[in-house]
Write a protein that binds this ligand. Structure first.
Ligand code: CP
Length: 312
């Protein structure tokens, strides 16, 4: 595999899940595969899980890692072709990506959307610039429109904890205090479309995701109805897609409660704002998978790194 930037880079989700579970049962099996190889992790935005699990996975494979908070530690990077760089940016992506490619065998990038310019965000300016100008494989650690490492993690987690051949999975919008990206929700939808699950999305009116992504999915504005007989409830906030980036109403009554979820397993990508998105009683219950889900981040990215290293 050359790059991992989208859920569609997964050719067979079930064989990937099987392989990820094998890695989980013996994470140091391929300890020599990454010897003398370096992974560069470039963060344009904050992270806890992605940052640590990706380094952990690289170490499990014997790789070295270099981490940079681009917006704090480096020169401001210019992404526009032909720009007259007489403003705040000091280095063009053409040089930056080419130079980093000489230090690293694989580059992983996290770059969130602006949530103010839909067209620009959907062009995936940062991720695509690295794909264009770097000369080594690229891993998406969450871009403007997708978080495929999280999607793969979620597939592994559902496969591990499902008691049914075809579980019912609900992606539910949940309240938040600020406008959040669509990336996690988008990749979760794309992942569920690759799996044999009874899948439904519940969100308030005005919070439909990109219809190009949800076009084959059931979508409802009735959270209570969606939660009936659910095996997995995945909560996530996202800002409006149609009224791009806005949080038009708060819809606090969409908060996930113990009473609402019944016996369903609870999932969330984390970080989560307790008692805003979901009440303590859910997160602290045996039905919450969030910590186990976060653990699977390591094995998802380790599988991706393994597949890339095998081609180098
Ligand atoms: N779920 C996730 O990507 O977590 P971080 O933002 O902490 O990396």
């Amino acid at each position: 595999m050359k790059n991992y930037t989208h859920i569609n880079d997964i050719d067979n989700i079930y064989s990937w899940i099987t392989e990820a579970k094998e890695i989980k049962s013996n994470p140091l099996k391929n300890k020599k595969l990454g010897t003398d190889k370096t992974l560069g992790l470039l963060f344009f935005n904050a992270s806890l899980r992605t940052r640590l699990s990706t380094q952990k996975a690289a170490l499990n494979l014997g790789m070295n890692t270099i981490v940079m908070n681009v917006t704090e530690d480096s020169w401001g990077i210019e992404f526009e072709d032909g720009a007259v760089m007489n403003g705040t940016t000091a280095e063009h992506i053409k040089e930056a990506a080419a130079v980093i490619s000489q230090y690293c065998n694989v580059i992983a990038v996290r770059a969130f959307p602006s949530l103010t310019d839909k067209e620009k965000d959907e062009k995936e300016t940062v991720l695509n610039a690295f794909l264009k100008h770097a000369t080594v494989p690229i891993i998406n650690m969450e871009s403007a429109t997708g978080h495929p490492l999280q999607g793969l993690t979620d597939a592994i987690t559902i496969a591990e904890y499902s008691l049914k051949k075809r579980p019912k999975v609900v992606l539910s919008w949940a309240p938040h205090v600020k406008a959040l990206p669509h990336a996690v929700a988008n990749s979760f939808v794309q992942t569920m479309q690759k799996m044999d699950v009874d899948f439904i999305i519940a969100n308030p009116d005005g919070y439909n995701l990109n219809k190009q992504i949800t076009k084959n999915c059931m979508v409802t504005n009735n959270q209570q109805e969606a939660f009936k007989n659910a095996d997995f409830i995945y909560a996530k906030n996202w800002s409006s897609y149609d009224d791009y980036g806005s949080i038009t109403q708060k819809y606090d009554d969409w908060k996930i409660t113990k009473q609402k979820i019944g016996n369903a397993k609870f999932m969330h990508c984390l970080p989560v704002r307790r008692n805003v998105v979901v009440e303590d009683a859910v997160l602290d219950s045996k039905n919450s998978l969030v910590i186990k889900q976060a653990n699977n981040r390591t094995f998802a990215v380790q599988l991706v790194l393994k597949k890339i290293l095998e081609t180098l």
